[in-house]
Design a protein around this ligand. Sequence first.
Ligand code: BYC
Length: 310
Amino acid sequence: MNLQTHFDRTIEKDQRIEPRDWMPDAYRATLVRMIAQHAHSEIIGMQPEGNWITRAPSLRRKAILLAKVQDEAGHGLYLYSAAETLGADRDELVEKLIAGKQKYSSIFNYPTLTFADVGVIGWLVDGAAICNQVPLCRSSYGPYARAMIRICKEESFHQRQGYELLMTMMKGTEEQRRMVQDATNRWWWPSLMMFGPPDAESAHTERSMAWKIKRHTNDELRQKFVDMTVPQAEALGVTLPDPQLRWNAERGHYDFGEIDWAEFKRVISGNGPCNAQRLARRRAAHDNGAWVREAAAAHAAKRAERTVAA
Ligand code: BYC
């Protein structure tokens, strides 16, 4: 059977494409782009919260936050490995990230101003990530889909820790409730932007849906997130900063206001509030880690020499 036909049938039957299978070049390139951006997001995503580890208000909160940030490093590593199964070179991907040539999620270019931001990131950012990533567990590329299973389990712990932190703060002082509301106001719209541009302007959705890499469009997932989050905000006692947010019985969904797409474009083109700082930190961490990579390579070379000699 022709290779293309075999590939098409595999997709049609909802079976997985595995690393050694033939695949169209554009399918491979789309996956490398998406998985690399996802890996970079996890790695850059450690910064906004990592910033609060030394300032967590209790030992318990510090232990939880440390665990969460470590999970994100782990997610980045699984994802770089998944990209390597497609023939991508991890060093090259990292170089592209620090040279600003490959994207990471817009959301990580906003500052974390108070400890309430840690809770709101868990609730909204990890909530949006789960909404977007659970369907990726059924993505047509095997290694990506399998990596997403564990990632989603861990994301769900992250979301709950955020919500639990916010519930605790909402039961606290007036000042704490004010902090939660303020953080919600700042993170709500950027969280909606995480799902990407509207479907009509999404360059890759149609192709990626046909290949079953993506299982839902950007707008479908954004709507699902809004519908899921409104009752959570009510239970928490915070107001989502959108006067147009209301239940539409006819559609069976919440209507919501217009997203500021000009802001989204600014952020993804490198001009958000923290883009420069995030990349500078990542570059510095990469440079500081050079000796570790050199030592590991020297050790591997010695072991290989010893094996040959033996
Ligand atoms: N930020 O055609 P479209 C996490 C880009 S990790 C920046 O719709 P696609 C977490 C897009 O790349 C969060 N760029 O693209 C981590 C494309 O540009 P290029 C990341 C964005 O791929 C730690 C262009 O806009 N999640 O949640 O079909 C702690 C056109 O877009 C964004 C993933 O990576 C954005 N928000 O759909 C806590 C999940 N949106 O490449 C949480 C996997 C779009 O043509 N990725 N762009 O230059 C996906 O599901 C899809 O790639 C997206 C975009 C829905 C993000």
